[in-house]
Design a protein around this ligand. Structure first.
Ligand code: GDP
Length: 442
């Protein structure tokens, strides 16, 4: 994510590496490079100017701490400035009401609105709440059909009216349907256009007025840079947005939109789209994103992702076993099953400090296949061998290799991987979250 911005900032910090003291001239050089990295990431000029002023003020005001190297000092200052520009302590909670909460989703065609509606419904479902998707885009005939497909893929009911031509009536009827049927959250998928025009804005304003949604969100394409910022401005002027959901940050997005939108419009980013799959929506936290941009990883998001995506009963069982100092190949096998899902492992790696590079390497490789290969070897073992891998001698190794279509060396490799994983897992079980972080820093 935001690779070129990350690289640019990294080179800026590198200029200060190995220098003993923070001086005005080496700081100036570092700052110039930070500025260039931001401009190259397509952050708007006025935002860069404000950002650099903030960074310079902080840098000048700061005592040169003897304990910190100049590089660390600049990283710290840039980190705080990034957090501020990304929205400070704004939080992504949806603040649902006890009865029905109505969310209105707007956006230009192709921004990812319908996809994001589905992802959001999925997250709401995971919280144990019932969502209803409403097909209020009557402009494109295929839109209603598309929402039905999305709804089905996330197990969420879709409300649509055949042959309807008035989106306002559809929204009003849908809200009534939700009240009568114990739905918690109504998500209105409104019409988009290729560009902002008066007719679209008038339609959205009328829905806003007549249906009175509790919250209005704009979905913007993070790859479109300053266009995304401009459309956020226009939509906010017309609708007073509660938040922005920025999509496609998994691609080649340079980061300009991400860094500019809050500063330019005052509207916070609430969620970000990080994959085209339905599990690719993340709550947005400025502090965690700043750490990610600076390559420090985002441990909290990784744990939350694991919590959302893994079978919690299974996790609980593994934890209990780990606390007793047990982690067997059977547990390893179950974990492989959980993680061997399209895109999941890459996402986890992307959030781990220092793992960005490894994630990139894996992008080309077929790691789901790799997981299946590892799983196949474990499947070829007897229950006794799984409980106690020390039993695996040469002849057993030959048998397992034959059974799973690999070489005996591969079986050995896998057992070694299992061994180091077991050590890490036991470390995590002992120290909880802090233990896990310590393990990852090593
Ligand atoms: P709409 O016209 O705004 O409703 O846009 P769609 O929901 O139809 O999305 C347009 C395209 O963007 C589709 O191909 C989606 O799969 C893709 N898309 C949406 N969000 C993301 C995202 O976060 N990452 C990626 N890679 N693709 C996305």
């Amino acid at each position: 994510m935001l690779d070129s911005l990350q690289d640019g900032l990294r080179s800026a910090f590198k200029t200060l590496r190995g220098q003993g003291r923070l001086t005005e001239s080496n700081m100036r050089e570092g700052l110039k490079m930070v500025e260039n990295a931001l401009l190259e990431a397509d952050v708007s000029y006025s935002v860069v100017k404000d950002f650099m002023k903030d960074v310079s003020d902080k840098a000048v005001g700061q005592d040169v701490l003897k304990s910190l190297k100049p590089e660390q000092q600049l990283v710290g200052i840039v980190q705080q400035a990034l957090i501020d520009i990304l929205g400070g302590d704004s939080d992504p909670a949806l603040h649902l009401k006890p009865d029905v909460t109505v969310l209105m989703m707007c956006g230009l065609q192709g921004a990812g609105k319908t996809t994001t509606c589905g992802k959001l419904a999925r997250l709401i479902g995971q919280e144990g709440k019932k969502a209803l998707l409403v097909a209020a885009d009557l402009q494109r005939p295929a839109a209603v059909q598309q929402l039905h497909i999305v709804g089905e893929s996330v197990n969420t009911q879709v409300y649509s009216e055949e042959g309807a031509s008035d989106p306002i009536a559809v929204c009003q009827n849908a809200v009534k349907h939700a009240r009568d049927n114990g739905i918690d959250v109504v998500i209105l998928d409104t019409a988009g256009r290729l560009a902002i025009d008066e007719e679209l804005m008038n339609q959205l304003k009328t829905i806003d007025l007549k249906v009175q949604p509790d919250q209005v969100y704009l979905v913007v394409d993070g790859m479109t840079g300053q266009d995304a910022v401009n459309s956020a401005k226009a939509f906010n002027d017309a609708l007073e947005l509660d938040g922005v959901m920025m999509t496609k940050l998994d691609g080649d997005a340079r980061g300009g939109a991400l860094l500019s939108v809050k500063h330019v419009t005052g509207v916070p980013i609430k969620f970000i789209g990080v994959s085209e799959h339905m599990d690719g929506l993340e709550p947005f936290h400025p502090d965690r994103m700043a750490s990610r941009i600076l390559g420090m990883g985002d441990i909290l998001s990784m744990f939350e992702l694991a919590q959302r995506e893994f079978d919690q009963e299974q996790v609980q069982k593994t934890q209990e076993r780990l606390q007793k100092g047990q982690f067997t190949l059977d547990d390893f096998r179950k974990q492989l099953n959980q993680i061997a899902r399209p895109g999941l492992m890459q996402k986890m790696l992307g959030l781990m400090p220092g793992m960005g590079e490894l994630g990139k390497l894996l992008q080309g490789g077929d790691h789901e296949k790799e997981m299946r290969r590892l799983g196949g070897m474990i499947d070829s073992m007897t229950p006794d061998e799984r409980a106690n891998p020390k039993l695996i001698d040469n002849s057993r190794r030959q048998r397992i290799a034959k059974g799973s279509g690999v070489s005996p060396q591969e079986v050995n490799e896998m057992l070694k991987q299992f061994d180091s994983m077991a050590t890490m897992m036991k470390g995590m079980a002992g120290g909880g979250m802090t233990g896990a972080m310590d393990m990852m820093r090593k």
